[in-house]
Design a protein around this ligand. Structure first.
Ligand code: HEM
Length: 268
């Protein structure tokens, strides 16, 4: 280490002063529960950042045919997802009246505007041009989403890995840069036939498939718990982000990320 670099301390390394200055309630008083509301959202954004970091790593490992390491990283991702779902319990200790005491101060702010959540969806294959356009041109968020919109998804990386191992993956799924990104992974009878074969004959890749199903189920679990929390906190009120609220969120629950991995269950 250079002589001029001061030794790190807990505070300097983790930027504790900056971190603790970032919770700024808007309600007069301020209302007691606004602190929890801010902290929990900030914690989620940090977990989203870590998830993206790990998802990028899984994709790189799959592209390098290091599927054992990819599984290890997927396990970490799943553990984080479980913690993220469990954390909703904390926010559910906030009653509807406690939330209403500061809700109007949020103006149009909403999780709807979380670009990192959309980035996670895009990496997993749930891409939406409409979601992308909600972020101002030239912003960090827009640039990150545009990049991910055109990049291959985790599913693409997995299929390419299988193709290199000799599986008969349809060529349309092997393009490095999808010409017209699909809004979601489309079910494919051809791929399902191949996956049944994987499950029957190839324990290593079947295990990897199971971790992808875990990931799919984990995100659905978060969506389900989030919409239940929304229902118990604001009922049928519209969202601050401009959607119909719980009714909109209900539509996203149960939507699979990897439909082929679900479809083959009845054929195994
Ligand atoms: C009292 C607590 C909460 C309420 C009442 C609530 C309410 C809502 C509503 C109504 C929506 C639909 C969009 C809109 O605003 O119109 C939404 C979306 C969303 N919320 Fe929450 N939310 C809460 C807590 C959280 C937390 C802690 C997170 C964690 C980051 C979060 C993340 C999101 C995300 C990512 C979306 C977009 C979901 C999608 O479009 O599929 N929310 N929320």
């Amino acid at each position: 280490m250079s002589d001029h670099t001061p030794a790190a301390t807990y505070g300097s390394y983790l930027k504790i002063e900056e971190l603790l200055s970032l919770q700024q309630p808007r309600s007069p008083g301020p209302e007691h529960d606004e602190m929890l509301f801010i902290v929990i959202h900030q914690v989620y954004e940090l977990w989203f950042k870590e998830l993206l970091h790990e998802l990028d790593c899984v994709m790189r490992l799959l592209e390098a045919d290091k599927s054992h390491r990819a599984q290890h990283t997927l396990k970490r991702i799943l553990t984080i997802l479980k913690v993220m779902v469990a954390q909703l319990d904390i926010l559910e200790t906030m009653t509807p009246l406690e939330f209403l005491s500061f809700r109007e101060r949020l103006d149009a702010a909403s999780g709807f505007q979380s670009d990192q959540f959309r980035q996670i969806e895009f990496v997993l294959g749930l891409k939406s041009e409409q979601a992308l356009r909600r972020f101002p041109e030239g912003s960090r968020a827009r640039a990150a989403l545009e990049r991910r919109y055109h990049e291959p998804t985790l599913w693409d990386a997995f299929l390419r890995c299988l193709a290199r191992e000799g599986y008969d993956v349809p060529p349309a799924h092997l393009a490095l840069e999808p010409v017209a990104p699909a809004a979601a992974v489309q079910p494919s009878a051809e791929i399902q036939r191949m996956l049944v074969d994987v499950y029957r004959r190839d324990a290593k890749n079947a295990e990897l498939c199971e971790r992808l199903v875990d990931l799919d189920e984990g995100l659905q679990e978060w969506r389900y718990r989030h919409v239940k929390m929304v229902e118990r906190t604001i009922g049928a009120r519209p969202g601050t982000g401009g959607s119909s609220g719980a009714a909109y969120l209900q539509e996203t629950v149960g939507r699979p990320i990897f439909p082929d991995l679900w479809a083959i269950r009845s054929q195994l």
